[in-house]
Design a protein. Sequence first.
Length: 361
Amino acid sequence: MNARPRVSTWFQDNSTLVLLIAPLLVLAVLTQLFAGTLLSRIVTVLFINLILVCGLQVFMGNSGILSFSHIGFMGIGAYSSVLLSMTPQAKKFTLPDLYPILQTIHLPFLVAVFLGACFAALVAAVVIYPLMRLSDAAAVISMFALLVIIQVILVHWSVVTNGPRTLFGVDFYTTLWVAVAFGVLAVIVAYYFKRSDLGLKLRASRDDRYAAGSIGINMVNVRYLSFILSAFMAGFGGALWAHFITSFSPYAFYLSETFAILTMLVVGGPGGVSGAVIGTVVVTFVHEGLRQIENNVNLSGGNLVGFTEVFLATALIIILIARPGGIMGGREVRWRGRGPGNEAGLKDAALPAPQPGHTGD
């Protein structure tokens, strides 16, 4: 007799999650049924981007710290998973100087992706703790420095990465539905992280670190744990991307990709999971559409080199001036009805951007 009220209560309490995932699944089904190869590739990239943006939102959206190093961990996950999933024959041809212990390893795709993400999280766990003590400009600069360090290692560790040259011989495993499954899972993880005790503590330390510390919240520890989860998601997205592109160089994990992923989150609104999803969809389609226009004009003899980046940068500046909180302004999409949990579960998501002196959740 209580089944229907329980379902209704669950829906009201999780309406944000339902309203975000349902359109994504509809988009995936329509792409599978009606889209051509080009649009199918764009939608696949969209769901991979969704993993990366949700991972960035887990840390940046809840801590308020701009994380430039996110794409560096994407690169770590990409190279780690590829080294585990490539056949020994492909490794011998592509990476002839690879360490003997890695030459014979050949793991199933999903196992390699998971281990690649774990390695990215492990690297984050080893190097990131001291940086979690920093805030404001010092934190941003240190995150950018970490991205530079990772980039230099990827470029010059030629035994493992083939250096600045393109790494090829990677098998294609990331189909549309593989990307959809893990993209939806990333949304779920980011959503429930925000509702978790760790997410609440992280936002409390963001809004007022002294008030948070006075009630026993260890700012460094909550930042540290959330960053490890963020790095894991970045590594996972990088591993899926590598098995979709199948050939890439370390330069794919530097400033251009960093700017694209940051733009997706900032445009949508870093304060909420809804902003991450909406920003990813909007910016991915705009970016891919502009890139096609740019390529067509260049092939026909025109000159629009860099047009896509200039347009996105201009749009980002305009949005930051006109609406600093992004499209969603830190709010979550909601079903209009109200029910138990709708007020308590995501109460903070509907609040405006934090003001100085605000003590958090």
